[in-house]
Structure formats: structure tokens, C-alpha cells
Design a protein around this ligand. Structure first.
Ligand code: C2E
Ligand code: CA
Ligand code: CA
Ligand code: CA
Length: 275
């Protein structure tokens, strides 16, 4: 469990959390959190492996329940994806991220690309593109400031509508990143037909560095991505060994606890201040 970067107490309380909350509790909890503005955002920097400069940052939702304490997104996001509440959650994330971007920009900060997770259901939801564009317009955020992180499964789904939407988002000026890459089953031809500029290697592979089978998967992803002109981000970089390995293999960008945990808005603002 050590390599997962969690201690036994955290694992224990996670199990406890899962046993004690029913689906109905969780759904009600999410609805109350939406109504009472209890979701917050965290921001995790991504660094260029070549010179350690800040390359971009990812927006991550946080939920601190008054009684349960922090509830992990890996618990409630899949649940919200299954019952449709993700569409409302996604709107809220978009709005708060754009509001924050505007506040920082008005403060005079230069903001690198801001990456926002878009869940498969959210992407497929009616009017997604309009909601996205209207939110950006409200806060005068240019599409070029935003990278949309779309999971491999959603990005490479076969429907014509979905493909057209992805192309339209690219035409609007958004950057696209394929998230959790390596966990799906996309083919080279599917991948080359997408206007994505970034591939994110899933943490599952990074955490197994020193395991030679995982290392060869990482090398293959880097070679594949580069051959398609994409930048490669490794997520979940927790150790110097992992960082050195990735850097040696030509990976472009790293994100993970070794560099920085996800930060509060206040701490992210400090990270954005010029030195
Ligand atoms: P993801 O998109 O793969 O996000 C990266 C996750 O890895 C985040 O977990 C981040 O805190 C965690 N992480 C980053 N560096 C490290 C590291 O070095 N070690 C370890 N052990 N973990 C690291 P988080 O914030 O708990 O989010 C989990 C998942 O929930 C995300 O995975 C994403 O799929 C989803 N999620 C989070 N926020 C949002 C959101 O605003 N919208 C949507 N649709 N999904 C979200
Ligand atoms: Ca992501
Ligand atoms: Ca990811
Ligand atoms: Ca992941």
C-alpha cells in the first residue's frame, strides 16, 4: 500500500466511508452540496520535465461534507456519472474555474493553461458546447486558455456526433488532452484521427515504475504520442526515481505529489506569483 501513497489509516477510513454510506445518502448529499455551494476546487500544477517550469494546472473538485468530512472524487464522481448528477457538478466546476481564472487575471497574474476534467456523460449531455462557451463568455476567458481533459473511453467513442463535437471544440480553440491513457483500448488509427495535443499516462503505470512490464508500456505510450505530435503528461509522479525515469524516456510533463499536491486557490495563487 506504501507505493499508493496512502497510509493505513486513510485506507481504513476510506473503507469505512464506503460501508457506511448508502447510495441514497450519497445522492442526497450531492444534491445538498450542490444547493448549498459546498463543493470547492483544488488546483494541481504540472511541470515541464526539461526545466521544471510550471506548464499548466489541473482543476480538481473537492467535497468536504459537514458530517462525513472529505469525500473523495474517485468515490462520488463515478456515482454522479451513473445517476446523471455529474452534469450539474460539471457546470459548477466550469463556472467556478472560470470565475477563479478571471479573478487571478484581473489581479495581474499570468495564468498557464488551465485543465478541466470533462466526464463522458457531461460531454454527451445536451447543450454541453453552449454551456461551455457561455460560461467562458460570462467571465471573458478565451478558449485557448483551457485544456479539456477527456478520458480515453469518451474521446474515442465511435459515435459521429461525439467526434463532430470534439472537432468543433478544437475549432473553437480549446486544447484537448486524453486522460487516463493506457486504460482503454484505442487503436492507433482512432488516436491519430483526434485533434488532441496531449496524452496523459494513467497513474496506474507510473506507480509501477521499477516493474519492467509497466516501464515498457510507458515507453510505448511516449513513442506513440510523440509520433503523433502530442505532448506526454505523466500523472501520479510520487518519487524522484519515477521522475528521473520519465525524464530519461523523453516524457514532457509531470504531475504528482513529488512536485505538488493539489492546492487550495490561495496556495495556487502564490504558485502563480512571479518569483
Ligand atoms: P484524474 O483526472 O486522473 O485526476 C488525477 C487524480 O490523481 C486526482 O485525484 C489527484 O489528486 C491525484 N493525484 C495527483 N498526483 C498524485 C500522486 O502523486 N499520487 C496519488 N496517489 N494521487 C495523485 P482526485 O482529485 O481524488 O480525483 C480523482 C478523479 O476524480 C480524477 O482523476 C477525475 O477522474 C475525477 N475528478 C476530479 N475532479 C473532477 C472534476 O472536476 N470533474 C470530473 N468530471 N471529474 C473529476
Ligand atoms: Ca484528469
Ligand atoms: Ca488522469
Ligand atoms: Ca487517473
Amino acid at each position: 500500500a506504501r507505493s499508493r501513497g496512502r497510509n493505513e489509516l486513510e485506507l481504513f477510513s476510506e473503507e469505512l466511508e464506503q460501508r457506511t454510506k448508502s447510495a441514497a445518502d450519497l445522492e442526497l448529499g450531492i444534491r445538498l452540496a450542490l444547493d448549498n455551494d459546498l463543493f470547492r476546487l483544488a488546483y494541481q500544477p504540472k511541470y515541464n520535465l526539461s526545466d521544471n517550469s510550471l506548464q499548466s494546472f489541473e482543476v480538481l473538485i473537492r467535497w468536504f461534507h459537514p458530517k462525513w468530512g472529505p469525500v473523495s472524487p474517485s468515490r462520488f464522481i463515478p456515482f454522479a456519472e451513473a445517476n446523471g448528477l455529474i452534469v450539474q457538478i460539471g457546470r459548477l466546476v466550469l463556472e467556478e474555474a472560470c470565475r477563479q481564472w478571471r479573478e487571478w487575471t484581473d489581479f495581474g497574474l499570468k495564468i498557464p493553461t488551465m485543465a478541466i476534467n470533462i466526464s463522458p456523460l457531461q460531454l454527451a449531455s445536451l447543450g454541453f458546447k453552449d454551456v461551455l462557451l457561455n460560461t467562458l463568455k460570462t467571465f471573458s476567458v478565451p478558449a485557448s486558455a483551457i485544456e479539456l481533459e477527456i478520458t480515453e473511453g469518451a474521446a474515442l467513442s465511435h459515435t459521429k456526433e461525439q467526434m463532430e463535437l470534439i472537432l468543433a471544440l478544437h475549432d473553437e480553440g480549446f486544447s484537448l488532452a486524453i486522460d487516463d491513457f493506457g486504460t482503454g483500448y484505442s487503436s492507433l488509427s482512432q488516436l491519430s484521427s483526434l485533434p488532441a495535443s496531449t496524452l496523459k499516462i494513467d497513474r496506474a503505470f507510473v506507480s509501477k515504475i521499477t516493474d519492467s512490464s509497466s516501464e515498457s508500456v510507458i515507453e510505448a505510450i511516449i513513442t506513440l504520442g510523440h509520433s503523433l505530435g502530442m505532448k506526454i503528461v505523466a500523472e501520479g509522479v510520487e518519487t524522484e526515481l519515477q521522475r528521473d525515469f520519465l525524464k530519461n524516456k523523453g516524457c514532457d510533463i509531470a504531475q504528482g505529489f513529488w512536485y505538488s499536491r493539489p492546492l487550495s486557490a490561495e496556495k495556487m495563487r502564490s504558485a502563480l506569483l512571479p518569483d
